[in-house]
Design a protein around this ligand. Structure first.
Ligand SMILES: *Cc1c(COP(=O)(O)O)cnc(C)c1O
Length: 352
């Protein structure tokens, strides 16, 4: 290694799911919504004034924050927004995890957490999920530098009930607890009401999955006024203009169309429940997902083999060559037609 390289901040980056250039693939690999964003988003996008793009966006993101404030009944000074929840979470790691004690999260979870911890030189410890991929809540109680977990968890899809979540928060009064609710809209109970009870709780959500706007990059978080204040101080010391004008306006439009949002989530849940039954018949087992994906393994065929066979057939899913989960595939819930194609292919393939 050359000497100039020695003091460089080095990190092994997160690897996102593939975004294929081909249009003809059935894309079930990154948990996007298979349906378009709300109609009001389309209308507004078509009317957008491109002349305004020469101006910086509002650093306070008022239009989006006020729409979220009205929808979730949370005061504006308890809301933080960012460029996808990845941006929100990354800033939260930088702001809140600053202890010599390790931050704790599950051993099987969103694979960005350890990357941010490495990047910011935050010590961390992975706590083993039990044999059913459940969190052992007592393991999270105290003596750590902070807590983060997704609920429902990714990539297992398992939801922990609100009592378990609250137990973890209640037993960690001395650190910040972050609940990453990227998939909460597909049937879970949000920890949002708990922000009034616990000053040290941050609840993070995103427009990327349930609101069908992954391409606009919008994430947000709720917390006490104090907690959000600290987060904003760090953000305004980093980059004032994170969110672009179209994202702010189109995000607000999406929040205003509640009927479409609910209908889209319900549709995905219906498809998910139907596909669960079909996968079971084909010899798959899986944790009971409360998200927009199913994390499944087949009793006869390895994860790698199925992943390769599906890909060769133009069906993209996600697979990790990681301990405990290498035989699983994470399959995003697509449209009914897409899922029929998946199930049809698996049926034929497993006959051989
Ligand atoms: C998808 C996802 C995110 C990030 O999504 P953004 O597109 O950055 O909002 C965060 N956490 C989990 C667990 C996710 O699955």
């Amino acid at each position: 290694m050359s000497s100039w390289e020695e003091n460089i901040r080095k990190v092994v980056p997160y690897v996102p799911g593939e975004q294929p250039k081909r249009k003809d693939v059935i894309k079930l690999n990154t948990n996007e919504c298979p349906y378009p964003p709300a109609p009001e988003v389309k209308e507004l996008a078509e009317k957008m004034q491109y002349e305004d793009f020469r101006l910086y966006p509002d650093p306070e993101a008022e239009s989006l924050v006020s729409a979220l404030s009205a929808y979730y009944h949370v005061p504006q000074d308890q809301i933080y927004v960012g460029v996808g929840s990845d941006d929100v979470l990354s800033m939260a790691f930088l702001t809140f995890f600053n202890s010599d004690l390790p931050v704790v999260f599950p051993d099987i979870t969103y694979s960005f957490y350890d990357v941010w911890a490495d990047l910011y030189h935050i010590p961390y410890r992975r706590l083993l999920l039990d044999e059913n991929f459940r969190m052992v809540k007592e393991d999270y109680f105290g003596h750590n530098g902070g807590v983060i977990f997704p609920n429902p968890n990714a990539p297992t899809g398992l939801l922990e009930d609100l009592d378990t979540v609250e137990d973890i928060i209640r037993n960690n009064p001395d650190v910040v607890v972050i609940v990453d609710e990227a998939y909460i809209d597909f049937g879970g109970k949000s920890a949002l009401p708990l922000i009034d009870k616990y000053e040290n709780l941050l609840v993070v959500q995103t427009f990327s999955k349930s609101r069908a706007m992954a391409g606009m990059r919008i994430g947000y978080a709720f917390g006490s006024k104090k907690l959000i204040g600290y987060l904003k101080d760090a953000k305004f010391s980093f980059n004032s203009y994170t969110m672009n004008r179209p994202s702010l306006e189109l995000g607000a439009a999406s929040v205003r169309d509640d009927a479409y949002f609910r209908e889209t989530c319900a549709r995905i849940v219906r498809t998910r429940e139907r596909v669960k039954g079909q996968l079971k018949e084909l010899g798959f087992t899986f944790p009971d997902s409360a998200s927009n994906f199913i994390f499944a393994r087949n009793e006869k065929v390895s994860g790698q083999e199925l992943f390769d066979a599906l890909k060769a057939h133009g069906i993209f899913v996600r697979h990790w060559n990681a301990p405990r989960i290498s035989d699983y595939l994470r399959i995003t819930i697509g449209t009914d037609e897409q899922m029929d194609a998946l199930v049809g292919f698996l049926k034929e393939y497993l006959k051989k």
